[in-house]
Design a protein. Structure first.
Length: 335
């Protein structure tokens, strides 16, 4: 009992502290390991293991799981079984099971497989778009309009992901005006949410802050999400910069799976349990059961057969709050 009171005190202190810094009290995490993570792994998991992984993730309290990508198997063989994965998983109510699709064909396959939310993805740089989806940006926008039409006609959610917003490995700096112009086009098509991706981990915290401030000024009230990568170690620092300007939607990958295809051994996506650990320690709720999330990371590591970049899996939970979840987020804080 005494312990419980102490933990409540700690949680309340942190909640107040988070509010003092005007940080969001609740963060919505989209788990992208089964898609962004696995598609960058050399080892292709059998469909049954992918299903096992997603089913385990469904029991951690996640808000959304990006379960697959409906791209041509010639380009991404890791995702050839996307439809079978969707058919095989056990869907829990309250979780959004999403997938990405670069073109109309992929969107149709995604809808047939029963995907809740289809994300079109295109790059903010011409060279990256060509290398990633083998189209010009103009062609991708045409596809996006068709995807939007199909997805909305089917009564599902149409979302959009913009890659290399914070820097392109081929073109370097990406003009932010272009990002805003592309976002505007996608919002006109009815995108429910725009995700801004630091696809190759080139962002720094001041840039992240600036990009999201300008985005929110230009599109007030629009749901915007940050997709950070950690290829150069700035992933969590960039998340903090986004939190400080009110962003409460983030992508992360279980165990940090995925790596960086251009730098063997380097981390790729920000690791889910590292992010959740940091948020919980700061008094920010996620609805996620952290110990369970770590168990799933261990499962992913055993399936992939190599050490994953996750730090929390190696170092353990700090232990200030037993399950890592701050309990008193609903307490009103007057400042
Ligand atoms: Zn990514």
């Amino acid at each position: 009992m005494q312990n419980a009171t102490r933990h409540e005190d700690i949680a309340m202190t942190r909640t107040k502290l988070a509010a003092t810094y005007h940080l969001p009290s609740r963060v919505y995490l989209r788990e992208v390991g089964p898609r962004d993570g696995l598609q960058n792994e050399d080892h292709i998991l059998p469909t049954s293991q992918k299903i096992q992984l997603i089913d385990a993730l469904s029991h951690t309290g996640l808000h959304e799981i990006e379960a697959a990508s409906f791209v041509h198997p010639k380009f991404v063989p890791q995702m050839a079984d996307a439809a079978d994965v969707f058919t095989g998983i056990q869907r829990l109510p309250g979780i959004i099971y999403s997938a990405i699709a670069p073109n109309r064909m992929g969107a149709r396959r995604a809808l047939d497989a029963g995907v809740d939310a289809v994300q079109v993805f295109l790059s903010a740089s011409e060279a990256h778009n060509r290398s990633n989806v083998h189209m010009s940006i103009a062609e991708s926008l045409n596809q996006a309009a068709e995807i939007a039409h199909e997805v909305q006609a089917a009564g599902r959610t149409f979302d959009a992901v913009l890659s290399v917003v914070f820097g392109c490995p081929f073109e370097g700096d990406v003009p932010f005006e272009r990002v805003l112009a592309l976002s505007e086009r996608l919002l006109t098509m009815g995108a429910a949410q725009i995700t801004l991706g630091d696809t190759t981990g080139m962002a720094h915290p001041l840039q992240v802050r600036e990009v999201f401030v300008h985005f929110q000024r230009r599109f007030p009230g629009v749901s915007v999400r940050f997709h950070p990568h950690s290829a150069r170690g700035a992933g969590l620092a960039n998340v903090l910069a986004a939190l400080e300007v009110g962003i409460d939607r983030f992508d992360a990958s279980i165990g940090g799976i995925g790596g960086c295809p251009f730098a063997p051994g380097a981390p790729g996506n920000v690791c889910s349990e590292d992010l959740v650990h940091m948020l919980h320690e700061m008094g920010i709720a996620t609805g996620i059961n952290l110990p369970r999330l770590i168990e799933v990371a261990q499962l992913a590591q055993s399936f992939l057969g190599h050490e994953l970049p996750s730090q929390t899996m190696k170092s353990g939970i700090c232990g200030h709050i037993p399950d890592g979840e701050p309990h008193l987020m609903s307490v009103e804080v007057s400042l």
